[in-house]
Design a protein around this ligand. Structure first.
Ligand code: GCB
Length: 594
């Protein structure tokens, strides 16, 4: 069936155009709404979930079925909401039942909620933290919207579909690995599926603040306030930072406006992560959040924070948990940042996709610099305009969500993508998108090495502020002499960060010399790497690969057993390997340069 009812009960068996009616109403960066300081009605908790490997729910329009009990069905059905499993949201289905561990396909989530009704002129938006990879949302049997991209938030307005009283919300989430997606079908992490971040309802006035940002401009002591409304109205918004006695007006034309306001702010830095409560108000709407003010720039091969050179002592981290999969929470994030602190870090790379929005919030509060990125990872269908639109949208959603996070200094637009003209055009577009949406931060990507001449060589570098370099000399390549050549041969005109280096170690596995998968070699590997990296003036940071071991089905030796073991700490997030202290000692030794 293609949206209309038919008398033929078997029509859906032959309709391969079944998804077409749901292609519209896509939530994008354009429809995202800032949640800063808003009161949300949480829809987390128990939902019913039914797997759907064949998109049967779309073919048969399961979402439109009434709730007649099975004893009263006139004709048989293939779907019964109550027959689904009770599952928590947020969650990844892969960790809920052993038989769902490797499931890649679709699942229907259903829950009911009571709604008291909205006030005069109010608008109601459904907000999703993320759903991997694509989602279709149905409220009271009606298609309300959809989203693609597995790690970014989205908002769907449901003012029209929402009823006072009992409502039925259904979300079809689907995590197939496909050639046109970002990432594509081949990546080195686990393909968790589900509604794995928070779901909530948000009440908004008829005209509301869609986004609001405040950032320090250049080295001058001016804050640039920027506001965008839901509608193209003209008026005046108010901004306020009470602690500074700052109050200013932002004139809005066609729903948008900016104002430059002089302000004597104390600068945010890892050593002094000071934040100010910033309030934005327009008409009946107010949003507020804690914002840090700092500048970030490059000069030659240096990265400057508040005009001063910084060396990024970093570690990469995936969003992965033995018990929860991609689900995280405040305690998990605080533990992660505490481990990074004990390692001596001032920097984390949130690889390889947008992490939970609480990560940059806590990094703001605790004082870490971050690299945040989108999963333009390895092979991507670079020539496909729809894939580019998807990647651009994921990047835009990430930037708009985190625009006020002082901790984020770098937007990563990709990782180790083979050099073709199509890739160059695709990724240059992303770098330009990042600059257009956010000129206050730097762009980066994990770039390429010419393995014949052993030089850093990537046409993309010209489009970036910072060159990321993933290199595994001493691990995938047996010795360090090629690294010596590479570092000596290259003379980049902009800063380089080693955006990954690392070696696997199975926790507890020991041995002397270059014995792969031992903790001893992993520790020695870091000592060898670090001596070289720290002695190279144009390298201004390292993001070690990585903090914790993580699940990935690509890795199947006895040492790996479905895990990438390059963690400095095991997958239990407790067991420190020898390399943890080895790298910590390297970072301590670097203090004088920072
Ligand atoms: C890389 C990738 C990263 C992998 C890592 C590895 O270069 O960027 O995602 O997990 O190497 O362990 O091989």
């Amino acid at each position: 069936m293609t949206g209309k009812e038919t008398d033929d009960p078997f029509a859906h068996l032959h309709d391969e155009d079944y998804a077409r009616p749901f292609a519209g109403r896509m939530a994008t960066a354009e429809t995202l709404v800032t949640l800063a300081g808003r009161t949300l009605t949480s829809l987390d908790g128990e939902w019913r979930m039914t797997l759907d490997l064949f998109d049967e729910g779309l073919r048969q329009r399961w979402f439109a079925l009434d709730e007649t009990p099975p004893s009263q069905w006139a004709v048989p059905r293939d779907y019964e909401i109550e027959a689904g499993d009770l599952v928590p949201v947020p969650s990844c289905w892969n960790v809920l039942k052993p038989e769902w561990t490797y499931f890649e396909g679709g699942a229907w989530y259903t829950r009911w909620f009571d709604w008291p009704g909205e006030g005069e002129g109010e608008r109601i938006v459904l907000s999703f933290g993320a759903a991997n990879y694509a989602a279709l949302v149905f409220l009271n049997g009606v298609h309300a919207g959809g989203h693609r991209g597995g790690s970014t938030p989205f908002c769907i307005e449901v003012t029209e579909q929402l009823k006072a009283g009992r409502n039925r919300l259904q979300v079809y989430v689907e995590n197939r690995r496909q050639a046109d997606r970002v990432p594509m079908h081949h990546f080195d992490w686990f393909n968790y599926g589900g509604l794995y971040r928070e779901v909530a309802l948000v009440r908004l006035p008829r005209v509301f603040i869609r986004r609001a940002s405040a950032a320090l401009t250049g080295e001058s002591a001016q804050i640039r306030f920027e506001i965008e409304l839901s509608d193209p109205v003209t008026g005046v918004a108010e901004v306020q930072i009470s602690e500074l006695g700052l109050k200013a007006s932002v004139p809005l034309v066609a729903g948008r406006g900016t104002a430059l306001v002089p302000a004597a702010v104390e600068r945010w830095s890892p050593e002094n992560p000071c934040l100010y409560e910033v309030r934005f108000a327009f008409g009946a709407d107010t949003v507020s959040e804690r914002i840090g003010f700092r500048t970030v720039a490059t000069r030659g091969t240096d990265i400057l924070l508040n005009g001063k050179r910084v060396w990024l002592k970093g570690v990469c981290v995936h969003e992965d948990d033995l018990a929860l999969g991609k689900v995280t929470n405040e305690a998990d994030i605080r533990r992660r940042l505490q481990h990074a602190r004990e390692l001596g870090c001032n920097f984390l790379r949130l690889s390889h996709y947008p992490h939970h929005e609480l990560v940059p919030r806590l990094a703001d509060e605790l004082g870490f610099m971050l690299w945040a990125e989108v999963p333009v990872y390895w092979a991507i269908d670079f020539a496909n305009p729809e894939t580019l639109a998807d990647a651009r949208n994921q990047l835009s959603e990430l930037i708009l969500r985190d625009i006020n996070r002082a901790s984020i200094i770098l937007w990563g637009v990709g990782n180790e993508n083979a050099d073709t003209d199509a890739r160059l055009a695709f990724m240059a577009d992303l770098a330009a998108t990042a600059k257009r949406l956010d000129p206050s931060r730097l762009t980066a990507a994990a770039c390429l090495i010419n393995r014949e001449t052993f030089t850093i060589e990537d046409r993309l570098a010209a489009h970036l502020d910072v060159i990321g370099l993933n290199e595994y000399f001493g691990w995938y390549e047996p010795n360090f002499t090629s690294l010596d050549r590479l570092l000596a041969n290259s003379s980049p005109d902009r800063p380089v960060i080693i955006s990954e280096t690392g070696a696997d170690a199975a926790p507890g596995h020991r041995g002397a010399g270059r014995v792969l998968f031992t903790e001893d070699w992993q520790a020695e590997f870091y000592r060898q790497q670090f001596t070289r990296i720290a002695a190279t003036p144009y390298v201004v940071g390292l993001a070690a690969w990585l903090l914790y071991d993580f699940r990935t089905e690509r890795r199947q030796t006895g040492f790996q057993r479905g895990f990438n073991r390059k963690g400095l700490i095991g997958a239990d997030k407790e067991t420190r390997k020898l390399a943890f202290e080895a790298l910590a000692a390297c970072y301590r030794g670097l203090k004088a340069r920072a």
